[in-house]
Unconditional design. Structure first.
Length: 227
């Protein structure tokens, strides 16, 4: 299968081309913002290096979150538009699942695994596995609640993701893999394995965006504060 993967959910802007699980070209750069300006160029360069025409693609995989509100919108909008133009299926991949798959091809090869993303404001986005079985869906958790979930996994736990470092102090024996984002190989592997009908490219938001809409439109008078 020939697949293009796109990841803008966290601090990376990634476009990569894989054929039957083998990477032909990868463009990935660390960036806090600017994904919208760079993504199309990354896709163009990756496809050019891979030596494939766009019509050769069988599928497009894109990370759906949790992650940056703006970053997710950029990646998903591009993937959906690209898929519509090519009449190719677009498959959504959980960022947390992809982080877990970046450590091991199958979560079951580690006794206990916690994928955690720093969500700021004293929170993490997390998902947890024990003996290869997910202990529930992705969640937004306080650091304290996440620590309790990790402790419940028992000893010999591995923490992966940007939220691993702030939690690691409470678990000195834990393995820590501090990734800024999932590996393109992991995203591609999950996107190939997923059924398009069961993995729609819809954003996974675990909490409301930090930005709030304005309380009045431009030109409207301010409402006096109650006395």
């Amino acid at each position: 299968m020939k697949i293009l993967v796109i990841d803008t959910a966290l601090s990376l802007c990634t476009a990569a081309v894989f054929v039957d699980g083998r990477p032909l070209a990868v463009r990935s750069e660390l960036m806090v913002k600017g994904h919208q300006e760079r993504l199309a160029g990354f896709v163009r360069d990756a496809m050019g290096e891979a030596g494939l025409g766009f019509e050769a693609l069988d599928r497009i995989g894109v990370t759906v979150g949790p992650g940056s509100f703006t970053g997710l919108r950029v990646g998903l909008a591009f993937a959906q538009g690209f898929g519509a133009a090519l009449a190719r299926p677009v498959v959504g991949v959980s960022t947390l699942d992809a982080l877990a798959a970046s450590v091991t091809p199958e979560a079951g090869s580690l006794p206990a695994l916690a994928a955690v993303i720093d969500a700021r404001r004293g929170q993490v986005y997390g998902r947890f596995w024990r003996d290869g079985v997910a202990a529930g869906p992705p969640e937004a958790l306080s650091l304290e609640a996440a620590g309790e979930r990790i402790a419940a996994l028992g000893s010999n736990v591995t923490l992966v993701g940007s939220g691993a470092v702030p939690l690691a102090a409470a678990f000195p024996k834990a393995g820590v893999v501090d990734l800024t984002g999932p590996s393109p190989t992991a995203v591609a592997r999950l996107a190939v394995a997923a059924h398009p009908d069961q993995a729609p490219p819809r954003p996974l938001y675990l909490r409301a965006p930090d930005a709030t809409p304005p309380t009045r439109l431009p030109g409207q008078p301010r409402v006096p504060a109650p006395r």
